[in-house]
Write a protein that binds this ligand. Structure first.
Ligand code: CTP
Length: 445
């Protein structure tokens, strides 16, 4: 009996998939179809699969062409399956020509001609019109953001806004966007959603105006410096059924998602203490070091460190105390924020003028999670126990700058009409603004 195997996501099952399976079946006597899990698709950079795994499996079943359906969930599985199932022929469409030649030592590899003019991507685009995105601000993060957005289908940067004409024009030329520098409202007219990467102090007004104009908003962290303002913005978004998301990229990257699953599975027991540190030495003349009102370690990096604190310890802290080392202008070079909870504690360390180990430790009653620097680009972490010889290691791929994951989640929320996400929603974002407000209250500028 000649055994054939093929793999794919088979999202929104279409004619191209059917023709591929039919010809794959004809290559032998027994056809095995491997269907990718959502998680594996995310890991390999396919960020926008629409249908859940079981629907995709069901659709393949309905064709009657597959003798067996298996699930593909990790790199290297193809080699394992070829041996495990005694495969004679591995086949995929011609868009993959050459990509699987490395399997030739194990079985025959056949690339079948791909059906023209149909793909899951095309169907997804029909299902949801492309989201036209406007970018507010033209700084470093905005540049990285536009470059990363290109990896997410279904959303496209269209225009840029910066009240400084020259910055706006240069940025627009660099990325082939439309430039706006005077009328924010006209800029808003042209887009469905905005990404706000302006200086911190303008987040509130740009976000508010965009929401009132009916636009979804992805706003850089910290969203605002006042709890009341954060509540007001989320309320405005909710009333208008718009997505408002704080761009805390770590919350959306697959490694941190995995870390959350591991902690929430209970392997380390009850979480009692979270210590998170993020420092970056910035130049003496930089905005971070000279802006006495909005610069400094905590406003720059405190949002990162508060992510695991609010996520694992919750938003109901009893108290938070700050200790800072200030420069002559009152800018904090280093800040330690100590949170007190009913049953536990947490520490955030952030700095622009003091360097420390940027690690995350989540301590529980049965063990702890250790994610070393840079834990905010979560690629690797360990779960450790009393027995030092026992260590569970997790390695999760992370592509590019990692901004693509938050862009993808933003687009999915818009398309599905989901106003909140379980990763860093309104509740956490409002709590973060509340902590920022307490910190800012200590500044005398
Ligand atoms: N396929 C094909 N003809 C098409 C589309 C897909 O022969 N028009 C094949 C692929 O080459 C692959 C299998 O069907 O062997 C599953 O592909 P998948 O990536 O799930 O489908 P696509 O439509 O290519 O999906 P996407 O647009 O998300 O990349």
């Amino acid at each position: 009996m000649k055994k054939v195997i093929t793999y794919g996501s088979f999202d929104l099952f279409h004619e191209g998939h059917y023709r591929l399976l039919k010809r794959a079946k004809e290559l032998g006597d027994y056809l095995i179809v491997g269907v990718t899990t959502e998680q594996y698709d995310r890991l390999r950079g396919k960020l926008n699969v629409e249908e859940p795994l079981l629907t995709r499996v069901e659709n393949i079943k309905k064709t009657g062409l597959a003798d067996e359906i298996i699930i593909e969930d990790h790199p290297g599985q193809k080699e394992e399956d070829i041996v495990k199932y005694g495969i004679d022929i591995f086949t995929v469409g011609s868009d993959w020509t050459g990509a699987f030649d490395y399997l030739k030592g194990k079985c025959q590899v056949v690339y079948l001609e791909r059906t023209k003019d149909i793909s899951s991507t095309m169907l997804r685009e029909k299902l949801h019109p492309i989201i036209r995105l406007g970018v507010v601000g033209t700084g470093r993060i905005a540049n990285r953001f536009v470059a990363e957005t290109k990896f997410v289908s279904g959303i496209e940067s269209k225009s840029v806004y910066n009240p400084h004409k020259e910055s706006s024009v240069v940025f627009a030329e660099r990325y082939g966007l439309n430039a706006y520098y005077e009328e924010y409202e006209r800029f808003l007219d042209e887009v469905d959603a905005v990404y706000i990467a302006s200086p911190h102090e303008f987040h509130y007004s740009y976000t508010k105006a965009a929401l009132l104009h009916g636009r979804h908003v992805l706003c850089e962290k910290p969203l605002v410096f006042s709890k009341r303002q954060a509540e007001e913005l989320y309320e405005t978004a909710r009333e208008r059924r718009l997505v408002l998301m704080e761009a805390l990229k770590t919350a959306y990257c697959p490694g941190f998602e995995k870390l959350c699953q591991v902690v929430e599975s209970g392997v380390i027991g009850e979480v009692c203490d979270v210590e998170a540190c993020f420092t970056r030495l910035t130049a003496a003349g930089s905005r971070e070091r000279t802006d006495a009102k909005y610069g400094g370690g905590f406003t720059e990096f405190g949002s990162h460190t508060m992510l695991p604190i609010l996520r694992f310890m919750g938003t109901d802290y009893k108290d938070v105390q700050f200790q800072s080392i200030l420069d002559e202008q009152g800018v904090d070079l280093y800040t330690k924020a100590n949170f007190v909870y009913e049953r536990g504690m947490a520490t955030s360390k952030s700095g622009v003028g003091v360097k420390s180990e940027g690690q995350l430790v989540i301590a529980g009653t049965k063990g702890y999670v250790l994610a070393r620097s840079p834990w905010w680009l979560t690629k690797y972490f360990e779960v450790r126990y009393e027995d030092p010889a026992k260590i569970d290691r997790y390695e999760v791929p992370f592509y590019g700058d990692g901004l693509r994951y938050e862009v993808k989640d933003f687009a999915v929320q818009i398309n599905k009409g989901e106003l909140d996400n379980g990763k860093f929603g309104a509740k956490e974002s409002i709590a973060l603004a509340g902590v920022m407000e307490r910190f800012m209250g200590l500044r005398d500028v």
